[in-house]
Write a protein that binds this ligand. Sequence first.
Ligand SMILES: Nc1nc2c(ncn2[C@@H]2O[C@H](COP(=O)(O)OP(=O)(O)O)[C@@H](O)[C@H]2O)c(=O)[nH]1
Ligand SMILES: [Mg+2]
Length: 372
Amino acid sequence: MDATPASSSTSAVDKKKPVVIITIGMAGAGKSTFVQQICSYLHSQNPPSPPYVLNLDPAVVNVPFEANIDIRDTVDYHEVMKQYNLGPNGGILTALNLFTTKFDQVLELVEKRADSVDYVILDTPGQIEIFTWSASGAIITDAIASSLPTVVAYVIDTPRTVAPATFMSNMLYACSILYKTKLPFILVFNKTDVQSHDFALEWMHDFEAFQMALASHQGTTDEDGEPTYMNSLMNSMSLVLDEFYKHLKAVGVSSVTGAGVKEFFEAVEASREEYEKEYIPELARVRAQREETLRQTKEESMSRVMKDLAIDRERNPEAALHDRWDQEDEEEDDVEDADIIDRSEEPWPGQYIDLTQTRRRADEGMSWPRPT
Ligand SMILES: Nc1nc2c(ncn2[C@@H]2O[C@H](COP(=O)(O)OP(=O)(O)O)[C@@H](O)[C@H]2O)c(=O)[nH]1
Ligand SMILES: [Mg+2]
């Protein structure tokens, strides 16, 4: 973009917007350990660049990093489980939903710090689907990504993806998240201190290498020596995924030793540009389209109503005279509604939930927002 002389003279002192890093990955892939490692890397920079960190996992017992905003300060997930008769996953999901109702405040806090930090880091719940397939996860991701440059760091447990089938299912999952969020995407092959990620890079760059690995893996042929259905399926899918791999960056890291973290931040910087070049124009396009559709729908239904009214009046001028609001009927309805509400004074599913109800005691010290 062409900068005007006035803005280019100030651009040297203008601080870049911070980049938001959303960590996503299967349970146990090492998201929280990774967040801890990248935080300590940023602290050890010269000058130090402390990030702004959000923990969104309500069920974690020990957070290995210092979180500026912690979901556990707002929602007690054990209490949510008890109050709504939920199991652990339902409890975590509901806790995240409750937290999301207040996400505008979170965003305000983050935006307030945007001038003083270089990175905002989100750690998500252990179970991947709670964040990736819930309305809350989508709301949080969209809200933050429309406000600041955002990248997804998809953390992979490298030692557990050495089998071609596991590798493939992990990549398909990553693919689904990429197409859902449309955000710049970094594959973080974690735990390289245990298992090098070279095999993964090879499979990504050369689908024939993947197909060979697949063929040599046990259980890929049936008794007659023919490839199994699963094998043929994965063979074809490796061709499809080839296109997907072109849109990603991949780095290998060890969240224990810190190896590869520097390369990860290089990928983040490159993603910032990608966000500005691709995500922002796409966001503007989608917004404009949504507004246009909304306007058209409104216009159409309005003109339909007007037309129907005109026809009605024309056909039956007598009835049109009596077509008025009946005050008495309306009042009776109100009484019935009130009865339904009176049935239960306890919270019931679907009721608007006051966040303060999830506290165990008023004096427990859970407060919102948390002082930073
Ligand atoms: N060897 C090794 N272990 C790791 C690494 N990263 C995480 N872990 C271990 O993997 C387990 C799960 O990590 P955690 O961060 O809790 O995973 P999360 O569920 O994705 O947040 C823990 O026992 C970590 O110590 C790594 O880079 N190398
Ligand atoms: Mg975790």
